[in-house]
Write a protein that binds this ligand. Structure first.
Ligand code: ISE
Length: 335
């Protein structure tokens, strides 16, 4: 195969941005079909990029000229499309979450394992971000010794009115859950949420900010401030306190301005701007590895760890307790 023929399920903001990057910037992939329950925008994209609109995910996944599918619908719809795509032995890129339940992730893993070949990559883009890669290199080299504590922030300037308090976990914290599991090479054993005083910013129905505390299997304690209506910028930070020093996620490069008796450096407005390069790298890697017949990115196992941990955090939001996380043993297939 010298070109990966791709079908896209879901043409919302993220699906549209993936279509653009594959057709305009990346090598080796071509969008041949798209589908969405809302057809007018899909029709516009099809006209712009010379592909066709399929009626639904069944038709798109079954099409003979579709080698690989991108699933970019609402989280609740992901698992059903993934299972169908596994049935048809297509390469799969699934945005997070792989499934909204840990049980659903297990069903997907069983099916993938039964098929005998890794076909799934889950959309955890931060692993492809230059800054996180630098941090990982430093951690793997243990330049400051063993990690002990992590202080992180995940701040969004605002969220849509449809955003709910559990989405602090399932939609937002899930990125830290995955990227820190990758960074530290460990899964988690407990989850706790603390609700500080809530902001009076735009979304009064939200409990915002929240403080998430998780402990890894070896006892590293991670605290993440999740503040989705912070109003000032998209602001992602991560500081790892180690035995002999501190390692910090590099800030995205930006100009330093001196003006009006001030010195400042602009921050990013949103996650697409902050992580644009990582999405390009993530999709180039997915296309290249699929063309070679392998899947190398975040796996269905990583999708399971993320959803399992998120489930414990949502429970912790309700109970106020420290919730245990009972993780299965990693199947040989994913090692
Ligand atoms: C969104 O879905 C993302 O993936 C962003 O990275 C995250 O910052 C945001 O909170 C989510 O809603």
């Amino acid at each position: 195969m010298d070109e990966l023929r791709i079908g896209v399920i879901g043409t919302g903001r993220i699906g549209t941005s993936h279509i653009e990057r594959i057709m305009e910037r990346l090598r080796g992939g071509k969008i041949v079909a798209i589908t969405d329950i809302y057809k007018p925008h899909a029709n516009e994209l099809a006209a712009k990029y010379g592909c066709r609109v399929e009626e639904d995910d069944d038709a798109l996944i079954a099409a003979d000229d579709v080698d690989a599918v991108i699933i970019a619908t609402n989280g609740e719809a992901h698992a059903a499309s993934v299972l169908k795509a596994l049935e048809h032995k297509k390469y799969i890129f699934c945005e997070k979450p792989l499934s909204t339940t840990a049980e659903g992730c297990k069903e997907i893993m069983e099916k993938e394992i039964a098929g005998g070949k890794r076909l799934i990559q889950v959309g955890f883009n931060r692993r492809f971000d230059r800054a996180y890669k630098k941090l990982k290199e430093a951690m793997d080299g243990r330049i400051c010794g063993e990690p002990l504590i992590l202080h992180c922030t995940h701040r969004n300037p605002q969220v849509a009115p449809s955003y709910t308090t559990d989405m602090h976990i399932t939609d937002t914290l899930i990125h830290e859950i995955d990227v820190l599991h990758w960074l530290l090479g460990e899964s988690y054993r407990s989850a706790q949420i603390i609700f500080p005083r809530s902001t009076t910013n735009k979304e009064p129905h939200l409990k915002d900010p929240q403080l998430a505390i998780m402990t890894t299997q070896s006892g590293i304690v991670i605290e993440v401030e999740i503040f989705v209506d912070c109003t000032f910028a998209y602001d992602i930070n991560c500081e790892v306190v180690c035995e002999k020093g501190v390692v910090k996620l590099p800030e995205p490069a930006n100009v330093l301005v001196r003006r009006d008796y001030m010195r400042y450096s602009p921050l990013e407005p949103d996650w697409l701007a902050r992580f644009i390069d990582s999405y390009d790298a993530e999709f180039q890697s997915w296309i290249d590895s699929s063309l070679k017949g392998i899947s190398t990115g975040p796996s269905a196992w990583d999708g399971y760890i993320a959803t399992l941990t998120a489930e414990a955090f949502v429970k912790a939001q309700e109970t106020g307790a420290i919730e245990p996380i009972d993780c299965d043993t990693m199947p040989e297939f994913y090692k």
